[in-house]
Write a protein that binds this ligand. Structure first.
Ligand SMILES: Cc1cc2nc3c(=O)[nH]c(=O)nc-3n(C[C@H](O)[C@H](O)[C@H](O)COP(=O)(O)OP(=O)(O)OC[C@H]3O[C@@H](n4cnc5c(N)ncnc54)[C@H](O)[C@@H]3O)c2cc1C
Ligand code: SF4
Length: 339
């Protein structure tokens, strides 16, 4: 029986593992953490339907069990090479794994907001990231730094994306809709809290996203302001003050929100960039670059090495799952003719 090694037990790796197992391959699924789906477990509700992330994670884990899978946890792959006719992956303990094909599904990490010093993250207490706001939702407790209920919350879009200075010219695709989702969640919890979203332009990429954006304005009264925040500073009483310009009205703005939420974009995970380098695959911004984004989007420049999900660019979960199934088909086609 031919074998496939899958690196990363997030939505992409797991979906491909189950599909390939059903097609009759011997699968080894390796994960560097001690649990699956680490990038879903830190979220409360998912866009676009406000479903519970925890329920999705449980459903994915049950699927794994039903298909007789136990991922090999605490296994970080740090090297990947092609040694005709096999691929050899090596983990951080120098253990080697051979396979007929490899699927890299090592995903993303969130942009490190301390790199945008001008927004005061890590300097002023009132500045948090979208992931930290998710943590607050998970704890059912939205408080400012003084432990009070916030009356005014501002979001800033495109932090670490579409930004030459941080080296990321691409759009992260998920942060506009995440801001809309989080703003609605805040309004549902506390209708009188004022919520402002500062944007360059809003990109609603998926099914139902545009409708949610309208609902945020018309039903929940979220304010959308076209303009960048030029800087954040601290007031004498420890609050964050932001300066911006409403570029539609041509007016300068100064605000003192209780919380400033930075909408951090998606960057390749360390594993993604490392493995793209180690196997000499072409890369873009540290993500894997595929042979062709339209017709060969699961293949890399390295024979036998395939990619799925957000290790090649920012993607939402539905896109990741569809991509993983497409990768499984490509691997099946490859292995059917491989000697
Ligand atoms: C703030 C934020 C909110 C989001 N909210 C939503 C939402 O509401 N709805 C939605 O559809 N999408 C959302 N997303 C996107 C969603 O998180 C991704 O689409 C999804 O997690 C990508 O799945 P993946 O399998 O490609 O990668 P990941 O989820 O990143 O999984 C990759 C896995 O590979 C493992 N790994 C990495 N390197 C190695 C290595 N060297 N060896 C072994 N294992 C390794 C990691 O530990 C991880 O488990 C959000 C993203 C962000 C940043
Ligand atoms: S999805 Fe929105 S916030 Fe995210 S990078 Fe693209 S335009 Fe900016």
């Amino acid at each position: 029986m031919k074998s496939v090694l899958i690196i990363g037990a997030g939505p992409a790796g797991i979906e491909a593992a189950i599909t390939l197992k059903k097609a009759g391959y011997n699968i080894t699924l390796l994960e560097k953490e001690n649990e699956t789906n680490t990038n879903l477990r830190n979220k409360k509700l998912l866009f676009p339907d406000f479903s519970e992330a925890e329920i999705l994670v449980d459903a994915i884990d049950s699927q794994l069990l039903d298909n007789g899978f136990v991922p090999q946890f605490n296994t970080e792959i740090v090297h990947l090479e092609f040694n005709e006719p096999c691929l050899i992956a090596t983990d951080s303990n120098q253990k080697r794994y051979t396979a007929d094909a490899v699927l890299v599904a090592t995903g993303y990490r969130a942009f490190d907001a301390t790199r945008k010093e001008e927004y005061g993250y890590g300097i002023y207490n009132g500045v948090i990231t979208s992931l930290e706001l998710e943590e607050m939702f998970k704890k059912n407790s939205i408080k400012n730094t003084f432990g009070e209920d916030p009356k005014k919350i501002c979001f800033l879009q495109c932090v670490g994306s579409r930004d030459e200075k941080s080296g990321n010219n691409y759009c992260s695709k998920i942060c506009c809709i995440t801001a809309v989702k989080q703003a609605i969640e805040l309004k549902k919890l506390s209708p009188e809290t004022e919520v402002y979203i500062f944007y360059m332009d809003l990109r609603m990429w998926g099914q139902g996203y545009e409708e949610l954006y309208r609902e945020a304005q018309e039903k929940y009264g979220v304010y959308f302001i076209r303009g960048r925040i030029s800087e954040a500073a601290e007031t004498f009483d420890g609050k964050v003050q932001i300066k911006s310009e409403d570029t539609l009205m041509g007016l300068p703005l100064k605000m003192t929100p209780d919380i400033l939420v930075l909408m951090v974009g998606m960057e390749p995970s360390e594993g993604t960039t490392l493995l793209a380098n180690k196997c000499n695959c072409e890369e873009e911004y540290g993500f894997f670059k595929t042979l062709n984004p339209i017709v060969e989007d699961q293949k890399t420049s390295r024979k036998g090495v395939f990619v799925a999900g957000s290790c090649k660019r920012p993607m939402s979960i539905p896109d990741v799952l569809a991509d993983a199934r497409a990768a499984a088909v490509e691997i099946d086609n490859y292995l059917k003719i491989k000697k």
